[in-house]
Design a protein around this ligand. Structure first.
Ligand code: F6P
Length: 420
């Protein structure tokens, strides 16, 4: 039997656990040496594939591959790079197939979110057309949790945990200062058009009246009057107000409260900076002293406080991708299927890439309270299990986590250079 070479690439914004998925891919492939030959990884994602910069993961030590499970960032580099439609940019697709041919790639695994599912789907189509059919599979990942079909997306649970823990801790701080100093604390979180991460902040509330007192979602149009009234009431009732705001909140004019004016390759607005906008409003209209924080890349890299559920699922998705490939599948993505809430049980399933591509799953109405600024019991039932369990990285004697940096040795080039 001829052994297949695998090419794995990371795509889009990274997560605290995307390397756990890489670890699942590589360890599972190494356990099937009878059927799988080399495992390459694109340097900086699909850009590296186009440039024929393929990292030979076979050159990495077993212990370093194992350490990927607890190392944040994207160990092989990721990118935001959109492959245009096949008609508009046949040259890039042809180049991908040339690279696949040159390195005898039988399986292409693309580890990303909705945009990447689209790319993986297009590549799965073109291989057949260009006479070099490659098994093409997506592997799910996004902190935004907005992928359809899968119950949740690897990366989300850990960011959710970071946000819930952070707002809980910062609220204890502001509560202690409130009688003579800061009365309002605002934490801005990512998530783009979906409020899943903001909603996770609500998990910090154990009892009625606990912080955060206000959550602002992209799914709910910002109502300044209702917001200020709720903040004021919280300060008058509890002495302080703790707020989680999603970067994707829009005003009644349909515009983001924080649009940095920059667009990425997919045309997405770069968001960030809504917290100071909200803080300014609180100061101007209510006169309260405030502090704000933008969790930004801190939330996306906070492996030290990862959710064990999330780490396990991220690893399982990498493992399942190789198993699906071994079963001869193509054009599919492994997904997480929830079997029950209490006790929380899940298993790896699969979904066609054509159904995953370019669709955003937003928070359903039943997860948001009537006033639009909190989460319901149903949301807690869904979110709760995703942040459960701890999976601390090992620490060294200097008190820092032992994160790994791979050697990233490139395979020899066989083709002429290609301009990306
Ligand atoms: O898609 C994940 C995400 O983290 C979003 O929540 C955020 O808006 C975006 O990526 C930021 O992207 P970049 O790191 O490319 O600026």
């Amino acid at each position: 039997m001829t052994r297949k070479n695998v090419l794995y690439a990371q795509s889009g914004g990274v997560t605290p656990v995307i390397n756990a998925t890489a670890c699942g891919v590589i360890e599972t492939a190494r356990a099937h040496r009878d059927a799988i030959g080399k495992v390459y990884a694109g340097k900086d994602g699909i850009i590296g594939v186009l440039r024929e910069e393929l990292i030979d993961t076979g050159k990495e030590r077993k212990a370093d591959i194992a350490a990927l499970r607890h190392t944040p960032g994207g160990a092989f580099g990721s990118c935001r790079y959109k492959l245009k439609g096949i008609e508009d940019n046949l040259r890039e697709y042809e180049r991908l197939i040339e690279v696949f041919k040159a390195h005898d790639i039988g399986v292409f695994l693309y580890n990303g979110g909705g945009d990447s599912s689209d790319t993986a789907y297009k590549v799965s189509q073109i291989g057949k057309k260009l006479g070099f059919p490659v098994q093409c599979l997506g592997v799910p990942k996004t902190i935004d949790n907005d992928l359809p079909i899968t119950d949740c997306s690897p990366g989300f649970g850990s960011v959710a945990k970071y946000v819930a823990v952070s707002i809980m801790e910062a609220s204890l701080d502001v509560e202690s200062m409130a009688s003579s100093s800061t009365k309002v604390f605002i934490l801005e979180v990512m998530g783009r058009h979906a409020g899943w991460i903001a909603a996770a902040g609500g998990l910090a509330q154990r009892e009625a009246g606990d912080p955060p007192h206000v959550i602002l979602f992209p799914e709910v149009t910002f109502d300044e009057k209702a917001f200020l009234a709720k903040v004021d009431k919280a300060v008058k009732t509890h002495g302080y107000c703790s707020i989680v705001v999603s970067e994707g909140v829009k005003g009644p004019d349909g515009k983001f409260l924080s649009d940095a004016g920059v667009r990425d390759a997919f045309g997405h607005a770069q968001l960030g900076g809504v917290a100071p906008v909200i803080a300014g409003l609180v100061k101007d209209r209510l006169g309260y002293k405030y502090h704000w924080a933008v969790s930004d890349y801190l939330q996306r890299s906070a492996r030290h406080v990862a959710s064990k559920t999330d780490v396990d699922q991220a690893y399982a998705m990498g493992k399942a991708a190789i198993e699906l490939a071994l079963a001869g599948k193509s054009g599919v993505m492994p997904v997480i299927e929830r079997l029950s809430d209490k006790p929380y049980r899940w298993k790896a399933g699969e979904a066609p890439l054509s159904r995953m591509a370019n669709r955003e799953k937003k928070m359903p109405k039943k997860f948001i309270t009537k006033d639009g600024m909190g989460i319901t019991a149903a949301a807690r039932t869904y979110l709760g299990p995703l942040i459960r369990g701890e999976d601390y990285p090992p620490y060294d004697r200097e008190g820092l986590p032992k994160y790994v940096r791979l050697k990233r040795v490139l395979a020899g080039k066989k083709l002429p250079d290609f301009e990306v």
